[in-house]
Design a binder for this molecule. Structure first.
Ligand code: KG4
Ligand code: ZN
Length: 350
């Protein structure tokens, strides 16, 4: 039946499946997080992630279909994240999607995970107007993206070292907060003073829209050691978290605002796990207001990895006639702007 797309996402440590109608209405959004499994190691262990995906993928898909009240035969297509991500993890989702699509005689859509994050902003009644600027900030990416029209994102700036989410995770580890670090720093920072410590902000030259967070991480480490020697580390943890978060967020906001002005966009979008950060949302709201354009950000559950965003992106792939072949592979380093190739929809139907 036209309109219902099953999305599957297994690029990292979330096994997720969702049913989305017409690229907008989320009928189910099942996410089984493996965070507990990886917490012990301080980060995602690829082999463990792949094995867990194998165990969970079919029950998660079943639950997504049941919650949405649809059968495979009701679907328009099966969509799956084909990259970027952990290759073993991606392969589980790609193989499951191929099997389901083949069995049900449905088109298969291979979705770029980063585009998926952008499209989480389109899962709403109010649709963002293009051209738009989107800041994708996740555990693996910090990309400032210009989206003049559907299907043609350009990267204007990106991180030269650590991603923003990685900076949050590594900072949290230095502060003894565990994994994943972003939500922990966000919560602790609420009780701290962002001006308590002057952490460095890498501007990388006046014209650059690139980011760098590795120096900041070192500065935090040095300050934590200094506080430990002074004996007041425990008391100063909220201040350290707030100042560290402020150093990350202020650079993201400044550069996004500069790009908004340069490219004369109609709206600003946030995407990726770090888009759940409360300080980033607050400060971006002020910046967008100053630029006179609306800010869109998905609810937290659609900021971190999920399959609803993959099904939403697939809706736009299908509008452009882009489906994958049965030879669809996993692409661990798939860049933004590249969609996993396949024969055209016309070729598939003939
Ligand atoms: O998009 P995502 O779920 O997975 C990737 O594709 O990487 O992003 C995960 C990242 C982690 O680094 C996590 O610490 C960060 O998003 N994150 C946050 C917050 N919630 C998740 N960072 C800052 N503040 C948050 N509230
Ligand atoms: Zn992601």
């Amino acid at each position: 039946m036209a309109g219902y797309i099953l999305g599957i996402e297994t690029s990292c440590d979330e096994t997720a499946a969702a049913v989305v109608r017409d690229g907008r209405q989320v009928l189910s959004n099942i996410i089984s997080s493996q965070a507990e499994l990886h917490r012990h190691y301080g980060g995602v262990v690829p082999e463990i992630a792949s094995r867990r995906h194998v165990e969970l993928i079919l029950p998660v898909v079943d639950q997504a279909l049941q919650t949405a009240g649809v059968n495979l035969s009701d679907l328009q297509a099966v969509a799956v994240t084909a990259g970027p991500g952990l290759v073993g993890a991606l392969l589980v989702g790609v193989s499951a999607a191929k099997g389901l699509a083949w069995a049900a005689g449905l088109p298969l859509v291979g979705v770029n995970h980063l585009e998926g994050h952008i499209y989480a902003n389109f899962l709403a009644e109010e649709q963002p107007e293009l051209p738009a600027l989107c800041l994708v900030v996740s555990g693996g990416h910090t990309d400032l993206i210009y989206l003049p029209e559907h299907g043609s994102p350009h990267i204007l700036g990106r991180t030269r070292d650590d991603a923003a989410g990685e900076a949050f995770d590594k900072g949290a580890r230095t502060l003894g907060l565990g994994y994943p670090g972003g939500p922990a720093i966000d919560a602790l920072a609420r009780g701290g003073d962002p001006a308590a410590f002057a952490f460095p902000r890498a501007r990388l030259g006046d014209d650059s829209l690139d980011f760098s967070f590795s120096g900041l991480k070192t500065a935090l480490l040095l300050e934590v050691e200094a506080r430990r020697r002074a004996g007041d580390l425990a008391d100063r943890l909220p201040d350290l978290a707030a100042a560290y978060q402020e150093a990350i967020v202020s650079v993201l906001v400044d550069k996004a605002l500069r790009a908004v002005r340069e490219y004369q966009v109609k709206c600003l979008l946030l995407a990726g796990g770090v888009a759940a950060n409360s300080a980033l949302r607050r400060q971006m709201q002020v910046a967008a207001g100053r630029a006179g354009i609306p800010l869109f950000y998905p609810p937290p559950v659609l900021c971190t990895d999920n399959a609803a965003m993959i099904a939403c992106a697939a809706h736009y792939y299908l509008l452009a006639g882009q489906v994958a072949g049965w030879d669809l592979n996993a692409f661990p380093s798939l860049p933004l702007g590249k969609r996993p190739q396949g024969p055209s929809l016309e070729e598939r139907i003939c």
